[in-house]
Design a protein around this ligand. Structure first.
Ligand code: AMP
Ligand code: MG
Length: 490
């Protein structure tokens, strides 16, 4: 096609190396495109010119309708366990991998669209996405990135000008997303099933080699590269889950097709941040059993990794008993690594000096969580207010507790350790995408008013730095906001 800045080079390595997992496909035309939000900083990181991305051709790239020569967009095949039930064929029903870009740091990154029209994987779906949920993914993924949590990134959301029927008619939109890759546990489940059906592990092996090359190159030289790949993914996910738990993030739909091999958070659907601390917190309207509740997330990740391990068994060892034994050992590393990462993170959140022992720190954390639960204390505010207590002003943190007596005793013991408030403020966000603020921004943007979105993005893009005028972004939802519900029907 013409008119595209020649510097945009999209490779199609995934499609080339794994054709069985790639269906060549085109994005649907948009009747009346309007760029709603563009991530200039990310564009520059990708060596894309933000001014050009705002031009008609640039917007065409963000919609997948104007492509550089040689680009070969594909819908990716994958399977997955959804709420524990296996679905052999999911795949990109409304998404496309446009191709891979090399960023300014030399890393290969996927450029991917969500909401770009029906594909052969669409099943009953319309292939579309709407403004609210795509902006939700943009806000939350960029907030996660700003907190240093591995995640896919959001490059742009473009309104298509097409009306999309949900419970009510909604404005359609396409999200342009960037990821280290879109390889999922579900990709391996698909390849493993394909192997069982065709009697060869050839595709599975190529997929594993592709994953090793892109994400865990160290595994290539290990004695057992596929076991090393599994170990690396276990470690990455254990660390990721610890990061989620430390900031109160609830993914909401941790199906195996929503778990990456790269260790990035992916597929922001009914996700939300917990306010009052409670491990049983669930926001998703379809999660009736609380399978993906805040406190269940590490166990679910471990369960998903067991499903991943099952796919790799034929590559790990031709003797299936030995393969199971090796994989089981490696999976046991999840709990250890998660606990380590989580406790290290909690120590930092509490500003505990290094000479505080492991036992002392664990005890302190355990008791604190009981107090936060009993008091239904706002999790995010607590740690910032606690740092103020270390500076001598315990008033705000005391005020978070309706009955501060029990907390008083904990506070005295914590203070005796000599906590470092500046360290705390570097790891405890003051601005997170709070549910009422996200809803406010999405409702306004759906109605065409983008200022609340821009303001919220500005607040969460520098989550640790208190700035004047942003007080309302640091506050929990007002009581009249009520119980929060999120939806998958995006
Ligand atoms: P998600 O909940 O976004 O992780 O999606 C789960 C599966 O449903 C994936 O295979 C999606 O491609 C597919 N899907 C979700 N919404 C739609 C839609 N509106 N049209 C087609 N496929 C969809
Ligand atoms: Mg998904």
């Amino acid at each position: 096609m013409t008119g595209v800045k020649p510097a945009v080079v999209l490779d199609n390595r995934f499609a080339r190396e794994l054709p069985e997992l790639a269906v060549e496909w085109q994005a649907e035309a948009a009747p009346s495109p309007r760029l709603l939000v563009l991530n200039d900083a990310l564009a520059l990181e990708l060596d894309l010119d933000p001014a050009w991305l705002r031009s008609p051709d640039g917007v065409g790239l963000l919609l997948g309708t104007v492509l550089p020569d040689g680009a070969k967009p594909v819908a990716q095949a994958y399977a997955g366990h959804q709420f524990g039930g296996y679905v052999p064929r999911l795949g990109d029903g409304r998404a496309l991998l446009l191709g891979e870009l090399v960023d300014t740091g030399g890393q290969l990154r996927d450029l991917h669209l969500k909401g770009s029209g029906r594909t052969p994987f669409a099943r009953g779906g319309d292939g579309l996405a709407v403004v609210g949920p795509m902006l939700r993914e943009y806000i939350v993924s960029e907030a996660m990135h700003a907190m240093g949590i591995p995640t896919t990134r959001s490059l742009a959301v473009t309104a298509t000008g097409r009306g999309v029927l949900r419970e009510t008619p909604q404005p359609g939109a396409v999200l342009a997303r960037v990821a280290a890759s879109h390889l999922r546990v579900g990709s391996f489940q698909y390849a493993a099933a394909y192997g069982r059906a065709t009697g060869t592990t050839d595709l599975l092996r190529r997929l594993a080699d592709h994953a090793i090359a892109r994400h865990h190159p160290g595994a290539a030289t290990a004695d057992n590269p596929y076991l090393a790949l599994f170990e690396a993914v276990v470690t990455g996910q254990a660390e990721l889950l610890a990061r989620w738990m430390l900031v109160g993030f609830i993914h909401g739909v941790m199906n195996t097709d929503n778990m990456t091999i790269s260790g990035e958070t992916i597929d922001y659907g009914p996700c939300a941040f917990m306010e009052a601390y409670d491990p049983a917190t669930v926001f998703s309207s379809i999660d009736h059993g609380g399978r993906y509740a805040y406190g269940n997330q590490p166990a679910v990740a471990e369960w998903n990794l067991a499903r991943f391990a099952e796919t790799l068994l034929p590559l790990i060892d031709e003797d299936s008993e030995r393969a199971v034994a090796s994989a089981t050992d490696a999976l046991a590393g999840f709990r250890t690594r998660f606990q380590e990462a989580w406790l290290a993170g909690m120590r930092a959140k509490l500003g505990l000096p290094e000479d505080v022992s492991h036992e002392q720190a664990s005890g302190l954390v355990e008791e604190l969580l009981k107090l936060l639960l009993a008091g239904r204390v706002d999790y995010t505010s607590f740690f910032r207010d606690l740092a103020q207590a270390a500076r001598g002003d315990a008033g705000p943190v005391r005020n978070l507790f309706a009955e501060p007596e029990a907390f008083e005793d904990w506070l005295t013991r914590w203070r005796a350790f000599g906590p470092a408030p500046d360290t705390m403020d570097r790891v405890n966000p003051v601005y997170i995408p709070r549910n009422h603020l996200v809803e406010e921004a999405l409702a306004a943007a759906t109605g065409g008013e983008l200022e609340p979105l821009d303001d919220l993005l500005e607040a969460v893009s520098a989550p640790y730095d208190v700035r004047p005028g942003l007080q309302r972004y640091a506050q929990p939802a007002p009581p009249d906001f009520g119980a929060y519900r999120t939806f998958c029907g995006t």
